[in-house]
Design a binder for this molecule. Sequence first.
Ligand SMILES: Nc1nc2c(ncn2[C@@H]2O[C@H](COP(=O)(O)OP(=O)(O)O)[C@@H](O)[C@H]2O)c(=O)[nH]1
Ligand SMILES: [Mg+2]
Length: 172
Amino acid sequence: MFESLTGRLGDVLGRLTKRGALTEADVTEALREVRVALLEADVALPVVKSFIKRVKTRAVGTEVLKSVNPAQMVIKVVHDQLIEMLGSEQQELNLVAVPPVVYMMVGLQGSGKTTSTAKIAKWLTEKQGKKVMMASLDVRRPAAQEQLKILGEQTNVATLPIIEGQMPGDIA
Ligand SMILES: Nc1nc2c(ncn2[C@@H]2O[C@H](COP(=O)(O)OP(=O)(O)O)[C@@H](O)[C@H]2O)c(=O)[nH]1
Ligand SMILES: [Mg+2]
């Protein structure tokens, strides 16, 4: 998502850099690309709308007009708002429970759940001395389970054997 966003914004903001100040029209054009990128990443429409509104309110204003490089300013506002939307607080992993402690990774398609899972599993194994197993619940996409299996092999973390299954309600 961020890669496609970077590409899209590159074109629009490239044009902005050549001009001095940031007008509402400039911001609107840049945010149209942000909107498309978020929608393509399956972010819910109401979330996209409120996100765009917040960025716009912050971007079209004194902060931006005063800044030396308007393009960088827009990127910073989008970046800050993304962090705010996704959560800016850090939380320790809480493993104080009767084992096995289960962590479920939830996130948008392509947002890095599988990769982050392997990173966290490696860290827990190597730095925290924990015994970890990774399990892909994505039984509809064998490739997703295969990806986790490969990462498990690379990190020496056990993975649940690949399950090919049908979900209740699937049409045979
Ligand atoms: N640059 C970068 N790419 C990442 C990072 N985490 C994941 N990716 C890449 O983003 C893509 C989607 O990641 P994946 O873990 O499969 O996402 P998932 O669909 O949420 O499981 C893959 O090509 C990853 O290699 C990261 O921290 N930085
Ligand atoms: Mg995945």
